[in-house]
Design a protein around this ligand. Structure first.
Ligand code: AMP
Length: 398
């Protein structure tokens, strides 16, 4: 994780055909891009290569077309959004290999930008097929990967190409790797991890890795209910994975041995109906009623986490403290997020957060902009938090 990797500082792109893997898998509504965050993140790399006189040939996947072309998953629509944001012309080729790609590349001048059609229109992409890698590689002199969010997959355009052509991290990939390294690779201690969300079953590897690395492991969300139940507490009608009580106990034991303090809520927000603006109240975790549903942490829990945050130097965060999409069960998440944002602004904390729901929860709390780094990579961010080696990143190591 702390290994160094090749970047755009290690190569002269002038006059070169640069196959640049980006994440353009943006959400669309009625034929328009509804959230352009992913496009925004890759603009600096595209601009830098084009300004230095490289030919920028963009490779990306879109949707899940399962190895065959279809109109819905065409990147053609994204090309125009990209053009608007880049304020440069973006040419489009109707296939990422073969004659359409070769002709479009041959027509490029230094500094031009070309987007190739969805790599997943070919079965060889997800299979990381050597023949398909070869076909892709014909159009490039070097490979630059700027798609951290796809780096947990060993596909042709995320991993295979890196072994075929000289390979480098783009600026967005570089920023992500540097932020992640500061957060868990070589962090300033004490380190706090906040892990929330619905279930522990999806985050067992994550919890296992974090107990060995952090001083405080704060557990929130529906996951906390399973831990509370494992301590023999009643959780009423709350979301709880009763088959994982032993697993929760094993994680608590592992944490104790590792010197990691597991922080569970001492009070919670309960309601008898899970709906917006339902009547909710705060109770101590020992007093959850048989008909209660725990839907957020309570104010004492928030204050406790905030007091620990004041001593913390590095924070990694994945998963909300409560059912934040449904007010008032967003309050715990918002309060802690705003405190972390303030401490970061004051230069007292390095804060890194990631995962789909976490990004929207932090945005909703108005806290995301003040975090040191917010990763929009869902699966790749989680696998990295789990301590796994990401094939697309490994291929860029020096
Ligand atoms: P995850 O994808 O595992 O990070 O889970 C995020 C989801 O967990 C969000 O949709 C939250 O609404 C949900 N969640 C968080 N806390 C609770 C809770 N106490 N009860 C039910 N759902 C929750």
């Amino acid at each position: 994780m702390t290994k160094s990797f090749r970047t755009l500082d290690d190569v002269n792109v002038h006059g070169k055909r640069v196959l640049l893997r980006v994440d353009l898998n943006v959400p669309m509504e009625e034929g328009r891009v509804s959230d352009a965050t992913r496009i925004e993140r890759v603009l600096p790399t595209i601009n830098e290569i084009a300004d230095k006189g490289g030919k920028v040939i963009l490779l990306a996947h879109f949707g899940r077309p399962k190895g065959a072309p279809n109109e819905e998953d065409s990147l053609r629509l994204v090309a125009s959004a990209l053009e608007d944001m880049l304020k440069r012309p973006v040419a489009f080729a109707s296939d990422c290999i073969g004659a359409p790609a070769a002709q479009a590349v041959a027509a490029m001048k230094d500094g031009d930008v070309l987007l190739l059609e969805n790599t997943r229109f070919h079965k060889g992409e997800e299979k990381n097929d050597a023949g398909f890698v070869e076909e892709l590689a014909k159009n490039g002199d070097i490979f630059v990967n700027d798609a951290f969010s796809a780096a947990h997959r060993a596909h042709a355009s995320t991993e295979g190409l890196a072994h075929k052509l000289p390979a480098f991290a783009g600026r967005s990939m570089q920023a992500e790797l540097e932020a992640l390294n500061k957060a868990l690779g070589a962090p300033q201690h004490p380190v706090m991890a906040v892990v929330g969300g619905a279930k522990i079953s999806t985050k067992l590897d994550l919890l296992g890795n974090l107990v060995a690395k952090v001083e405080y492991l704060v557990i929130g969300g529906g996951m906390a209910n399973t831990f509370l139940a494992a301590q023999g507490k009643a959780v009423g009608k709350s979301l709880c994975e009763k088959n994982l009580l032993d697993t929760a106990r094993a994680i608590m034991d592992k944490a104790k041995t590792a010197g990691c303090e597991i922080v569970l809520p001492e009070d919670v927000t309960v309601a008898q109906k899970f709906e917006a603006h339902a009547t909710a109240h705060f109770v101590a975790v020992d007093h959850v009623g048989a008909d209660d549903m725990i839907l957020d942490v309570g104010p004492k829990a928030v204050a406790h986490v905030e007091s620990l945050l004041a001593k913390t130097r590095t924070l990694v965060w994945n998963g909300p403290f409560g059912a934040f999409e449904t007010p008032p069960f967003d309050e715990g998440t918002s309060a802690v997020a705003q405190t972390a944002a303030r401490l970061t602004r004051e230069g007292k904390l390095l804060s890194v957060a990631g995962g789909g729901d976490t990004v929207s929860a932090l945005n909703q709390a108005g806290a995301a902009a003040d975090f040191t780094y917010v990763s929009t990579a869902g699966g790749a961010f989680l696998e990295w938090l789990e301590g796994k080696e990401l094939p697309g990143v490994k291929a860029l190591e020096k």
